[in-house]
Design a protein around this ligand. Structure first.
Ligand SMILES: Cc1ncc(COP(=O)(O)O)c(C=O)c1O
Length: 306
């Protein structure tokens, strides 16, 4: 049986058992970092988060991540009570407390905060948001690049924006968690999710691209997370005269792609080895276009943090 990979598999790092975590302004050892059982994030999944990576002491694409966080919090009426500078300051304090410079991954979480009573109404959260920052030492494992990820198409689909909008990076990820479980039951690493019309959309934790005859295709973006990395790959293609299309396509085209890869802040571009047991392309690991985009993306990160 093939080795199981998670798209977020990182090398074991003993330092992570001793990290300091930011909880509402305080820096506390991970064993003591706690939020209340009355917290809206715990009780209802009522919160938003961002995943960001630290390169040479700087957060890559910080402004883009803040755009998404502030926009989503505004849409659901969560007042962060910090501006971007305030968020950056909290991140910097956490980085310093942990002596981190590079190869670190952050989960910045903002919930509606403590509730007076264990019920849903947002007005029951009166004391302001709960802000937690977990930053771990994090280096994606090399074997992901060598072996690639195995996807299975799952019954769980992406929703229409008038239900829970897929663009909310909300604490509640149940739709994605169910998709991930279905993929696991099918013997795969991650779930390939369709949109409500049956077109290929995205995976449960990353955005999805295929390469066909020198062209790069990804979904229209209507039902998937507006991934920062997804947009950077599209921008890179446009800037380098690589034909890129955001369009509807089906599993037939995905199965017969020359290459496929996932995008996300953690893994940047992760090659896809197979979909529903069908191998993609005739190369182990990343194909030539994926490798080219990986290299261009690295350059873009360098430019962004300089
Ligand atoms: C469902 C889903 N898709 C894609 C992504 C990748 O987004 P990004 O490239 O901004 O990390 C995420 C990350 O949070 C996600 O949760």
């Amino acid at each position: 049986m093939a080795e199981t990979h998670l798209t977020h598999s990182a090398e074991d790092d003993i330092r992570n058992s001793d990290i300091q975590i930011y909880v509402n302004g305080a820096l506390v050892h991970r064993n003591d970092a706690k939020v209340s059982v009355y917290d809206a994030g715990f009780m209802l999944g009522d919160g938003m988060w961002e995943g960001m990576r630290l390169y040479d002491g700087k957060w890559a694409f910080f402004e883009e991540h803040m755009d998404r966080l502030f926009d989503s919090c505004k849409a659901v009426g969560i007042d962060i009570r910090l501006d971007r500078e305030g968020v950056l300051d909290a991140l910097t304090r956490t980085v310093k407390a942990n002596g981190m410079v590079t190869d670190a991954h952050c989960r910045l979480m903002v919930t509606r905060g403590l509730k007076d009573k264990p019920f849903q109404h947002p007005q029951l959260s009166r004391s302001g948001p709960t802000i937690v920052i977990i930053i771990e030492h994090s280096k994606p494992i090399d074997s992901l690049q060598v072996c690639g990820i195995r996807l299975a198409t799952v019954p769980q689909v992406r929703g229409l924006p008038m239900s829970q909008n897929a663009k909310f990076n909300s604490h509640s990820k149940l739709n994605c968690v169910i998709a991930c479980m279905q993929a696991e039951q099918a013997g795969a690493d991650e779930g390939l999710m369709l949109d409500p019309h049956g077109f290929v959309n995205t995976t449960n934790a990353c955005n999805f691209f295929i390469v066909r005859r020198g062209e790069v295709w990804t979904s229209t973006g209507d039902y998937c997370m507006n991934g920062v990395t997804r947009q950077k790959v599209i921008d890179i293609c446009r800037a380098n005269n690589i034909h890129v299309f955001t369009k509807n396509f089906s599993l037939v085209e995905a199965y017969s792609a020359d290459e496929a890869f996932l995008t996300g802040t953690f893994g940047a571009q992760t090659p896809v080895a197979e979909i529903d047991g069908k191998s993609i392309g005739n190369h182990p690991g990343a194909g030539p276009m994926t490798r080219r985009l990986q290299s261009l993306y690295k350059d873009l990160v360098k430019e962004n943090i300089s």
